[in-house]
Ligand binder design. Structure first.
Ligand code: C2O
Ligand code: CU
Length: 527
């Protein structure tokens, strides 16, 4: 990891809250032009003809520099001020944006009381930039600075978050957009829509929640804590004991059920569901003009909540899954689990429309307002557009676009990745391994590898692989490229990948409380 030693000669351009730094020269002699490639596009739309750096009179790729400060802060999340941890005193954190092939360098100033990292979710960065503590780079200590530097790989919608404990369930997350220098960009406007479940600063911290569930380090002795249903407790019954548990006031669990998720919909009751950092009572407004074709980049950064999303009065055409293009499919509503992204297109009507993110199986919802006129009345806080009950996108509807579909090939190696949970103990395992004893999935450079995610538990798990974007298979048929895929209870999801990025890569459930309670394995390149 580089430590900011390359930031000596710089030019500071501040745009919309992010420091964008242009760097000339540097240790490698790379030449750099700075044209404000980060956060370049306003929500109202990309500048027409944006087509990347092809005409720039510089040798070598551009380097984009950004500085992020992770710190404790107070934030208004729409009607409530909370104390939390965030990047740049904002939630979501600053949007990072560049074009594929450009170099992104992010300096991280850690002003948190704990060590932290940044993981680049979904991006095929080199192993030493992956932001998992000691795999291989150490975490950045409190009060210290660190830096990440890599060439922006595949175009698409990605995100960043810490990979230390349950820090993600505070306000530490942001979006990375990698533009495609070859994409025509057949849209007039763009909305980045970030969905989150929120509890930090409302009376309990994510660490208290993890302890009350019985996961993490020592646990609290477990049975019944926060899982009243599984442990035979009753709804509303308090936790079985312990100081944290009292403060946490976990919802007992029989309540969270969803047919779409195959039963159990989550473990943690959240007081708020946020869209772009705002609770429904004071929602964010996404502005455009009537008749515009809008690209909506949906990102679920929640820790324990899947969202079902619809835009009142509109159908949605799905164009990308986890950053990669698909053959377009038009639906009314999409379900995103934790870590997943979909890019959608819609042609906007004239008025003010609710963009609703129902916390699937949990009852609450997040809201943003899409507004194309100043005249229209604002939709109500509890708006439930009919689209939510109409045609839902299924994984089986999606097929990777031809340019990104993996060539048909027999796998060189097949790994079963067996997902199990002991609800009583709050232990989650992969191939029988949990807690600090990760299952190893060996692969060799150049192989076609097949992962078969076999869910033997009674809960859904969004399974994520670092450093690679796999392709889901349905029998012999190719599905979408993804880096995070929902595996429903008692279901098997088959995912093929090309082993082309050497390292030791985490493969884990993106339910943060599951991964922190053992549901993590490592895809390990053989020497
Ligand atoms: Cu968002 Cu280990 O990942
Ligand atoms: Cu899980």
């Amino acid at each position: 990891m580089r430590r900011g030693d390359r930031l000596t000669r710089r030019q500071l351009l501040t745009r919309g809250g992010i420091a964008v730094l242009g760097l000339a020269g540097g240790g490698t002699g790379a030449r750099v032009a700075m044209a404000g490639g980060l956060l370049g596009k306003s929500p109202a739309g990309p500048e027409p003809g944006h087509s990347g750096p092809a005409t720039e009179p510089v040798a070598g790729p551009r380097t984009l520099l950004a500085e992020l400060t992770a710190a404790e802060t107070h934030l208004d999340i729409g009607g409530q001020v909370v104390r939390t941890w965030a990047y740049g005193d904002q939630v979501p954190g600053p949007l990072l944006r560049g074009t594929a092939g450009e170099v992104l360098e992010v300096r991280l100033r850690n002003r948190l009381p704990d060590p932290t990292t940044i993981h680049w979710h979904g991006m095929a960065v080199p192993y030493d930039q992956d932001g998992v503590p000691d795999l291989p780079a150490p975490a950045i200590g409190p009060g210290r600075d660190g830096a990440y530097r890599f060439t922006l790989p595949d175009p698409g919608t990605y995100w960043y978050h810490p990979h230390v404990g349950v820090q993600l369930d505070r306000g530490l997350y942001g979006v990375v957009i990698v533009d495609d220098p070859h994409e025509p960009g057949a849209y007039d406007a763009e909305f980045v829509v970030v969905l989150d479940d929120w509890l930090d600063g409302t009376g309990r911290t994510p660490d208290q929640v993890l302890r009350a569930l019985g996961g993490g380090m020592a646990g609290m002795g477990g049975a019944g804590m926060g899982r009243g249903g599984a442990a035979g407790g009753q709804a509303g019954a308090g936790p079985a004991g312990g100081a944290d548990a009292g403060a946490v006031g976990m919802a007992a669990m029989p309540g969270f059920r969803s047919a779409l998720l195959g039963g159990d919909a989550g473990d943690v009751a959240y007081p708020h569901y946020l869209v772009n950092g705002r609770a429904p009572g004071a929602p964010a407004t996404l502005g455009a003009r009537p008749g515009q074709r809008v690209r909506i980049r949906l990102v679920n950064v929640a820790a324990d909540t899947a969202f079902r999303v619809a835009l009142g009065g509109h159908r949605l055409t799905v164009t990308h899954s986890d950053g990669f293009p698909v053959h377009p499919v038009t639906v009314d509503t999409v379900l995103l689990a934790m870590g997943e992204r979909y890019d959608l297109e819609a042609t906007l009507g004239d008025g003010a429309f609710p963009l609703v993110a129902v916390a699937e199986g949990k009852g609450g919802q997040g809201l943003a307002i899409v507004r194309t006129t100043t005249a229209g009345a604002t939709p109500p806080v509890r708006a439930r557009p009919g689209e939510l009950g109409r045609r839902l996108l299924r994984m089986g509807d999606l097929r990777a676009a031809d340019g990104v579909s993996l060539p048909d090939r027999r796998p060189d190696r097949v790994h079963d990745v067996v997902l199990e949970g002991d609800m009583m103990q709050w232990r989650w395992t992969i191939n029988g391994h949990g807690d600090g004893d990760m299952a190893e999935l060996p692969v060799a450079l150049g192989e076609r590898v097949r992962l078969r995610f076999v869910n033997l538990s009674s809960m859904f798990h969004p399974m994520h692989v670092h450093g690679h974007t796999f392709q889901v298979r349905r029998g012999s048929a190719p599905g979408p490229r993804k880096d995070t895929a929902i595996v429903l209870p008692l279901e098997t999801v088959v995912a093929d990948l090309v082993a082309d990025n050497p390292g030791r890569w985490l493969t884990h459930c993106h339910n943060l409380y599951h991964s922190e309670s053992g549901m993590m394995a490592v895809l390990d390149y053989l020497p």
